[in-house]
Design a protein around this ligand. Structure first.
Ligand SMILES: [Zn+2]
Ligand SMILES: [Zn+2]
Length: 217
């Protein structure tokens, strides 16, 4: 499964039916099209989300693969997220600004408290971090995720979270998800890093796909 793919509905350059076909070719049974939300200049609004849902359902039926109608939103300063009025099946909340680990921790915890999100995307991705992972703050994030049942994404494109963070997850029953963060067809289903990290650090964790019984639908 690959639960983090961008399409032409935000800043990806592949169409939904092309993504679905490529994912099936690569042996995926469940994927999530997680385009950016309203915080992004090319993100989803209500009209786009509605149109996209129709395309998702059509591709799902034609190509025979489960496709989740998902969204990736930024975690804002007050921990809030911006979403169009649409019933998404999966919400990924990610930090998209350059921040210290302390500030990331504060925002992620607030976001989990205030919103109904399913996954925290690419935590401490190098692109958005000003300092490396710090265990006291990381432990607070791990605990918040565990208590709330929010999944930690292992993102193969950003190669995040870093191993120092994943080490804190080992031995704990936390939820996790796999994502390629594909913005083009060749990246769809490229989740080798995610699988490798889960095998090492998340033996006691649970994959969100199995938890939410997406594969049965
Ligand atoms: Zn992102
Ligand atoms: Zn993304």
């Amino acid at each position: 499964m690959d639960l983090h793919i961008h399409s032409t509905y935000s800043d990806g350059n592949a169409e939904i039916h092309e993504i679905a076909r490529k994912a099936r070719e690569r042996g995926m049974k469940v994927i999530a099209i997680a385009d950016h939300s309203m915080d992004h200049p090319r993100g989803l609004n209500e009209r786009k989300a509605r149109r996209r849902e129709v395309e998702i359902r059509t591709a799902e039926e034609k190509i025979g693969i489960r496709i989740l109608d998902a969204v990736e939103c930024a975690i804002l300063e007050n921990g809030e997220i911006l979403l169009p009025d649409h019933d998404f099946e999966l919400v990924i909340a990610s930090i998209h600004s350059h921040l210290s680990v302390r500030e990331v921790c504060r925002r992620v915890k607030l976001c989990i408290e205030k919103n109904d999100v399913h996954i925290i995307g690419h935590l401490h991705a190098g692109m958005f971090s000003v300092d490396s992972s710090i265990s006291e703050f990381d432990l607070e994030i791990v605990d918040a995720a565990k208590e709330s049942g929010v999944a930690i994404e292992i993102n193969s494109y950003h190669m995040s979270p870093p191993e120092s963070f994943l080490r804190l997850c080992s031995g704990k029953e936390i939820l996790y998800s796999f994502g390629s963060d594909a913005h083009n067809l060749s990246m769809v289903g490229k989740i080798d890093f995610s699988i490798r990290m889960a095998k090492i650090y998340l033996r006691d964790g649970r994959n969100i796909v199995n938890e939410m019984h997406y594969s049965d639908r």
